[in-house]
Design a protein around this ligand. Structure first.
Ligand code: ZN
Length: 465
């Protein structure tokens, strides 16, 4: 594909039609530029600063090429999951959803700490370029108002054709507000917000990210990552859960890639839309010196190790400038290959991201809230059994709530603030792991929901607003 020609065109067409990775960040940039042409210069300024950010960080961390001197605190992540009942079933139900969330966190932590087992696939020429961002992530177990959280919110949405992907005032922003049918961001200075829902049916994106450099005062609460819902999680040893495009993206690398954008790094080829090299007038690169010049995205499962070195692309052809024996970065998390072909961030990519979460960095505040990773002693839930995962979301709510639990619920009873029982639909709470309950007919205020299990009960506050 790199050399072009008919074979390349056929390959590109085939992958595009049947499942090449596609990330929405280019279209997001273009949408902002369409609204205000000054974004062109803002993005160029942001990209042109990346190398100095990496250089400064590496100068201060002599060991930074491979290891950080000190570990950094863990960043809380909250998943806002909005799916229909049919989509939830496609994810494997509540059990599948929990598996996806948990396995996703494992993947993130491995990939951001040079602990991914598939690094054995890195060709010898690339071994020195296996960088370590040294960033850790944990599920947000405490909500912004101090209540328990399993690390995700679940909202069952109406089963409309194509699912949920409407957006106005920014790409897919409706999903990010309660008022437009989505789920509000949790405080962006303390949490990384990840919204999981169906937008790929319309766009073909697996993920898209609204980083801090994309936001202005009125869009700060859109900051975060959107994931095509089946791309959430990892299923690396078989299994039966649905992952998109014939299992090409079942290892959880979509979030690894998007988190890179969240920390401001670009695609390895620089998103110029041209299949040529940095020395061509029309080209730009990713602003990072240790990702080799690259003409365009790569896809699928490139055979990056070849008998005479490492797979190269069109940039090798410019004989006068660069033979690029090391090849190009088709094994980088910021290229477009399938999950199983991605293995590394380069040291300079890693340094940019590490700088973002270091003192003075734009995402430093995320690292300062370890308390959000713990279950506080008393946060509105009485009698919680150790090991029992129970959640009501969204909470506060405007009406529709979703109740989920790791154990089958035997009965749900709703009480008013003064203890009067309020009837729920017949059958609610009888033997399932989750219920979607519409409380929109009730007055605004505080309610209490009691859930009985075989092993005891939990009573939790619900706030209707
Ligand atoms: Zn991307």
């Amino acid at each position: 594909m790199r050399k072009g020609g008919i074979f390349g065109l056929l390959l590109l067409w085939g992958l595009g039609a049947f499942g090449q990775r596609k990330c929405g960040i280019v279209d997001e940039r273009n949408a902002l530029i369409a609204q205000d042409a000054s974004w062109i210069q803002k993005f160029e300024n942001q990209r042109s600063l990346l190398q100095s950010i990496a250089d400064n960080y590496l100068a201060q961390h002599a060991e930074g090429k491979e290891q950080r001197a000190t570990s950094i605190p863990t960043i809380p992540v909250i998943f806002h999951i909005m799916v229909t009942n049919a989509q939830l079933a496609r994810m494997g139900g509540i059990d599948g959803l929990k598996m996806r969330v948990d396995s996703q966190m494992v993947v993130l932590n491995r990939d951001y700490n040079r602990q991914n087992a598939d690094s054995v696939m890195i060709p010898s020429l690339w071994k020195p370029l296996y960088g370590n961002p040294g960033i850790r992530f944990g599920l947000a177990h405490t909500s912004p108002i101090g209540w328990n959280s399993p690390g995700y919110e679940l909202k069952i949405i109406p089963d409309v054709p194509g699912g949920f992907y409407a957006g106005t005032g920014g790409i897919y922003s409706d999903a990010k507000y309660d008022s437009t049918g989505g789920l509000n961001a949790w405080d962006i200075s303390r949490y990384v917000n990840v919204w999981c829902y169906n937008f790929a049916d319309a766009s073909g994106y697996l993920g898209l990210t609204y980083s801090k450099s994309f936001t202005i005062a009125t869009t700060r609460d859109q900051e975060g990552i959107s994931l095509y819902y089946p791309a959430l999680g990892c299923q690396d040893t078989g299994g039966t859960l649905f992952f998109p495009y014939g299992h090409s993206f079942r290892l959880g690398r979509t979030l690894t890639h998007e988190m890179g954008h969240y920390f401001e790094i670009w695609h390895t080829w620089g998103d110029d839309g041209f299949d040529d090299c940095p020395w061509s007038g029309s080209h730009r690169d990713d602003g990072i010196a240790d990702t080799p010049p690259q003409g365009n995205s790569s896809a699928g499962l490139p055979a990056y190790t070849i008998p005479d070195g490492t797979l190269n692309d069109v940039c090798q052809d410019s004989m006068m400038v660069n033979m690029q024996s090391i090849g190009y970065a088709c094994l980088d998390f910021m290229d477009y290959t399938d999950d199983s072909s991605m293995h590394l961030f380069t040291p300079m990519q890693a340094a940019v991201m590490a700088s973002m979460v270091s003192p003075g960095g734009e995402s430093y505040s995320l690292t300062q809230h370890p308390e959000l990773l713990q279950y506080p002693a008393n946060t509105g839930i009485a009698g919680v059994n150790v090991g029992l995962d129970f959640s009501i979301s969204p909470n506060p709510s405007t009406g529709l709530i979703c109740v989920t639990s790791s154990q089958k619920m035997q009965k749900l009873v709703l009480y008013s603030a003064i203890g009067q029982e309020i009837s729920l639909p017949p059958g609610t709470g009888q033997g399932e792991n989750y219920y979607s309950i519409d409380l929109s007919g009730l007055d605004k205020g505080i309610y209490f929901l009691r859930c009985n299990f075989a092993t005891g009960s939990i009573t939790s506050k619900v706030l209707l607003q």
